[in-house]
Design a protein around this ligand. Sequence first.
Ligand SMILES: C[S@@+](CC[C@H](N)C(=O)[O-])C[C@H]1O[C@@H](n2cnc3c(N)ncnc32)[C@H](O)[C@@H]1O
Length: 281
Amino acid sequence: MRSIVYGDNADVLLSLPKHFARLMYIDPPFNTGRAQRRDRMRVVASESEGTRAGFGGRRYDVERVESSRYEDQFDDFEAFLMPRIELARRCLTPDASVFVHLDYREVHYIKVALDRILGRHCFMNEIVWSYDYGGRPKNRWPCKHDTILWYALDPSNYVFNYDEIDRIPYMAPGLVTPEKAARGKTPTDVWWHTIVPTNSREKTGYPTQKPLGILRRIVRVHSRPNDVVLDFFAGSGTTGEAAAREGRGFVLVDHHQGAVQTAARRLAPYTPMCVGFDPMI
Ligand SMILES: C[S@@+](CC[C@H](N)C(=O)[O-])C[C@H]1O[C@@H](n2cnc3c(N)ncnc32)[C@H](O)[C@@H]1O
């Protein structure tokens, strides 16, 4: 399964099959600078002529429940994101992992909201991706990390391929045996990794592109060969490339034409099926 789908993920997620993905990774936009419209969805199974086709011939109606704009931007972000994550759950296998990539502005609110819908006991790790790039303000510590929350839908049954973890150099190799120093150590929950270098072959030009190295580590450790990885805020398709390179399938969704075109170009060698757009445009 290798698909890139053009459309609002709130709509697309409903049309996807159940239980096809063992790994979900999302990197939603943060949009913290401006108020967003509150956008809640209620999904209602329809006995007759629902407006949307679901898997197995079932029909659904999606009711958008809009209320006034909220001054509190954190409320807005949560109201935008959480219904979409709830919709995505039906696409996941019972032993799936959920990765949600955020920054310091939203992560604490979304952590609490995720605990509420997935279960606090399902929270596995808070991964800090630390990088060093860009300006350094002189009135506070420069913010140079993102946070990736990992939940296992079933904490007694999930994929964690320990032997697939890449090794990194010891900080003080002189303190361990030469054999250990040569082998390196496994990373902790703090991952040092550069942003996508400006002149690298990896760079697509899509503004919020995440590094392939981060995604390949997640895919390798948290899914098995031939599994399918779901990313419904796909952007330039980094998750798709990581999945394909690791021998996994992918389903990517984005509502921005530039994003799906970039992803389609990037993933062309892996012959994805493009749904809802013409990749030649
Ligand atoms: C931060 S970017 C993802 C970047 C991606 N991880 C990469 O490495 O290129 C977030 C993406 O979510 C998409 N997006 C935002 N709201 C969406 C929605 N409701 N449905 C589908 N895609 C959406 C945006 O178009 C944007 O491409």
